[in-house]
Write a protein that binds this ligand. Structure first.
Ligand code: AMP
Ligand code: ZN
Length: 462
């Protein structure tokens, strides 16, 4: 596969450093609430990336962390009146359930920051010893960015900004900060009253690690000092990934990541998603509107990862139609294949161009287009030829993680679900919106999505 690299700004062929297994790291979720569909754009594209490598015959080793201690998790666990571990566990479980619904493969290792405090402290000790970090008056420890000449290379910060940072020696103790506040960043935060019970002892007194450090420490533990690829959404290029590179290269030596993969953001209605604008969607929000996780996945892979994707609710209707067409095409092939069968691993046949698009800088829209073209080409195939084409289609569908919907006429609705849906429809026709909304949520929890139209409603497994 050829893939664009954020650092060199060029496409290059991906090959495992160790010659056998492609080892890669993705920054995982911060578990303080449900992940939104923007987060899932990044996670789904990382999943397609992995599936495509594996479909091409490469072995992979996928590490993705869970951020379970930072400014936001501590703040919100306290607002909820729960111990940090209890609070983050519930959101981690919800994240896993959403990933499963979206058909994302679980990573091979999924370490959490709280379980790796000693590794983080050990890394800071090395950075202090080597002169890359210093202890401040209050017992916090900062990384000195002027000690690492390559600082800013990944994000292509211009030299003016860099020299400004070097001369001023400004510091930032927040986990997240903007590009215009280039600063020495915090590795260890000395204990503050607002941290509550969330502190650990260290050579510099009680406190907790800064957010950027956890990935460097867990990467060293599970991938060593040199590995194949690192990924996160485009917002992580600066400062998070820049800081990871500085910490890891100074503490461990080695090359760190050979390749950087940064999917662009999902926008909603042309702008940023935010709670206050009421346009921040989770999978549950969309299920309540009658949309399935597979329809969401289809929309998320419908644009090239290097372009921002503008999400609209209407795009989910388009995804439903497209999935129904694909399912019809696949059913037609299966019927025409009859007793035909394929021996051994199928090639891609009519779906070769779809497969090639995926290997050309992960061109997912090109791949979807290629699938539709392939289906048109196979329209006249029968018997063994149809069976071969079907095997090629299934192989490329597995590579993008799409599961096609069952024929909706054949999906059996259990009697109790049907009864609930009928009761909801009655509530809706008598304009009892509160009851109708509550019952839609209840059905969604039971795994059924309701979609209303002027003529009636549709009920589909979600
Ligand atoms: P977080 O839980 O905030 O640490 O983010 C988890 C992942 O989602 C990171 O890789 C982020 O870069 C990514 N992300 C956050 N917002 C968006 C968005 N609107 N579109 C795509 N990816 C996003
Ligand atoms: Zn990270």
């Amino acid at each position: 596969m050829r893939l664009f690299d954020t650092l060199t700004r060029r496409e290059s062929e991906l090959k495992p450093v160790d010659g056998s297994t492609f080892r890669f790291y993705c920054c995982g979720p911060t578990v303080y609430g449900p992940a939104h569909i923007g987060n899932f754009r990044t996670f789904v594209l990382q999943d397609v990336f992995r599936r495509a490598l594996e479909t091409g015959g490469m072995r992979t080793f996928h590490v993705r962390n869970i951020t379970d201690v930072d400014d936001k998790t501590i703040r919100d666990s306290q607002a909820a009146g729960l111990p940090l571990a209890t609070f983050t566990a519930q959101w981690r479980d919800r994240f896993h359930a959403d990933c499963e619904a979206l058909n994302c493969l679980p990573p091979h290792v999924e370490p959490g920051a709280v379980d790796h405090i000693p590794q983080q402290i050990a890394m800071i000790e090395r950075l202090v010893e080597k002169g890359n970090a210093y202890v401040s008056e209050d017992g916090s420890v900062y990384f000195r960015i002027s000690s690492f000449p390559d600082y800013g290379k990944l994000s292509h910060l211009d030299t003016r900004e860099l020299s400004l940072g070097k001369t001023q020696e400004t510091r930032s103790s927040a986990d997240e900060y903007a590009k215009d506040s280039l600063a020495d960043f915090v590795l260890w935060k000395s204990r503050r009253p607002e941290d509550g019970e969330n502190f650990w002892s260290s050579p510099w007194g009680e406190g907790r690690p800064g957010w950027h450090l956890e990935c460097s420490a867990m990467i060293e533990e599970y991938l060593g000092d040199s590995f194949d690829l690192h990924s996160g959404g485009e917002d992580l290029v600066f400062p998070h990934h820049e800081n990871e590179i500085a910490q890891s290269r100074c503490a461990c030596g080695g090359d760190f990541a050979a390749h950087w993969f940064h999917p662009s953001h999902l926008l909603v209605d042309g702008g940023k998603m935010s709670k206050s604008l009421g346009n921040l969607y989770t999978l549950d929000d969309l299920a309540a509107k009658g949309f399935t996780a597979m329809e969401v996945r289809y929309v998320l892979i419908g644009a090239h990862y290097r372009k921002q994707l503008n999400f609209t609710l209407d795009s989910l209707n388009g995804a439903r139609e497209a999935l129904a067409k694909l399912a019809k095409g696949a059913r037609g092939l299966a019927e025409r294949a009859g007793e035909g069968h394929v021996l051994g691993e199928a090639d891609f046949g009519s779906f070769q161009s779809a497969w090639e698009a995926l290997n050309d800088d992960l061109n997912t829209p090109g791949c979807l287009g290629g699938i539709f073209t392939g289906l048109r080409e196979c329209a006249g195939l029968e018997g063994e030829e149809a069976a071969k084409a079907l095997a090629g289609l299934n192989r490329v569908l597995r590579a993008i993680g799409l599961i096609l919907p069952e024929d909706s006429a054949s999906a059996e609705v259990p009697a109790e679900i049907q009864a609930l849906a009928d009761e909801r429809w009655e509530a809706r026709t008598s304009k009892d919106w509160a009851k109708s909304d509550a019952m839609r949520d209840q059905l969604a929890e039971l795994g059924w999505a309701v979609k209303d139209s002027p003529e009636g409603y549709e009920l589909n497994p979600s």
